[in-house]
Design a protein. Sequence first.
Lengths: 132, 490
Amino acid sequence: MSLVLIALIAVLVGTGTYLMLHRTITRIILGVALIGNGINLLLVGSGGPAGDAPIIGHGSSPADPVPQALVLTAIVIGFATQAFLLALAWRNWTLDGNDEVEDDISDRRLARREPDVVDPYAGDDADLEEPR
Amino acid sequence: MSRAIPLLVAIPLLGAAVNLLLVRHRAVQRVVAVGCTTAGLGLAVALLVHVEREGTAAVARIGGWGTSIGITYVVDRLAAVMLVVGFATLLVVLVFAVGQRAADEATPYYHPAYLVLSAGVAAAFCAGDLFHLFVAFEVLLMASYVLLTLQGRPGQIRSGTTYVIINTVESMVLLAGVGLVYAATGTLSMADLPEALAALDPGVRTGLHVLLLVAFGLKAAVFPLFFWLPDAYPTAPSPVTAVFAGLLTKIGVYCLVRTQTLLFPGELDGVLLWVAGLTMVVGVLGAIAQADIKRILSFHIVSQIGYMVMGLAIGGPAAIAATVFFVIHQIPIKTSLFLVEGVVEHSEGTGTLDRIGGLARRSGPLALCFALPALSLAGLPPFSGFVGKLGLVSAGMDAGQYAVTGVALVVSILTLVSMTKIWLGAFWGEAREGPSGILGRNRTMAGATIALVAGGLALALAAGPIYRFCDRTADDLTTPDRYAEQVADR
């Protein structure tokens, strides 16, 4: 693996991790994208040095085709996950009007030793919403 | 028979595709979903019988490629039994969801997502190489993201965001691990990896091992990587939580078993012992502090994972056999407890303990449906939990691991304490106003719950044969090269 590629992977994963440590969902999504790209590069690099196109009878030192097949799959999966995260961020914004990852409400209450007044999980069934 | 293995994945995926075309016809969707899951269960049972009769694993090579570059499906004893228990649970929970209506009536996308989840679960159990395991994880995670946030309520979006992000991180750690394993060994096939990994420098080995342990540990929710679980699971609708609780974490445990027995046998056991002890204690203490049935049970998932990791860390055939039995027992027990919670929530509108009470007076059978699995979870004789914990404790004593064994026994008592808390809060005491016969009002939900509770009891009745099967499984898992021989045979 070339030193440039290694440095690029390090930068991508490093900046991605930094972005992920924020509470803003959009930054986290950007972080996910950067780390994902870094790891995809790592997969490409895991196949060893570059070579000819891996076709039988074409060139003398073919590149390893397996990591390329793996990375194609990984790119598609990463794309789908990021799209889903964006949809979640949008839904969060339409509900709350903010862009923050929030704390677990019940957990906060418990930490402050308050009774769980509002049941945040009530109502699996809209018609039975009213507790007796 | 081995040629039928890919159908385990293909049938639910095709069913999901058909269901997406049928979004306007809920009744047909239900029939397709139940049909596909039943077919999966039938196939899984047939495979288990086949593997048991032949005494060797069933192997399917997709496209006839070799193990080093092609996708291989391997169903050995462990995979076969996990498939049977997994599909049985998926089927029961699906019937429950159909009975409850609320879960699948609100949106037409419940059934397609559920079938994709089934396909992912099946693929994860049969995967014969690390990258296919990663893909299977992604398939089932993507379906679980959809199921968790399907109703789009504020609480679900909040906890769903955390869940998706944490699992994305887990996927990336796993993917990096897979890439580095390939870079170091030049193969990803689980049949070729043990030999290739053994030839590596010890430092590199440990690095790869830790990466895989972190990835699978996050999935299995072991200490200190469990914090996302009690937040995420309770917000989903009951049938979704039930299947997540029963199955998804156990897939992480299944991968941990493979890592510890096949890829890196007997390494980092000391670390895992600490992890196991802390997982048990932190999980059960978290459960005692909670005041909502779903949250208490969610913390118990974490606590019970500790027992499985403990057996794995002790190592040796006896401990591995006990771990396998414990996993088989946990899936139906945990799921049935969540189904009972689902019935309570369906009837009362909440699962918070101070808002309900006296349910035993209004429905004796429902109370019984809770009490039996709860006692089994705590490990009281004569239930299956006792058999599993007895196996783990005696293996721990034989191996001289007295500290972790002691912790396991204390945690058992604490488990009983927090089960008593649910019992006192929800079932005992003065009955509040409301119709009696909660269980009888919805026959489908009642049938599914009772079937799963009965399944859990059957595990105790048939503990002898099942435990002997677990012994044979453990023998397969702990004999070096057995996996490679089984895959290379065909």
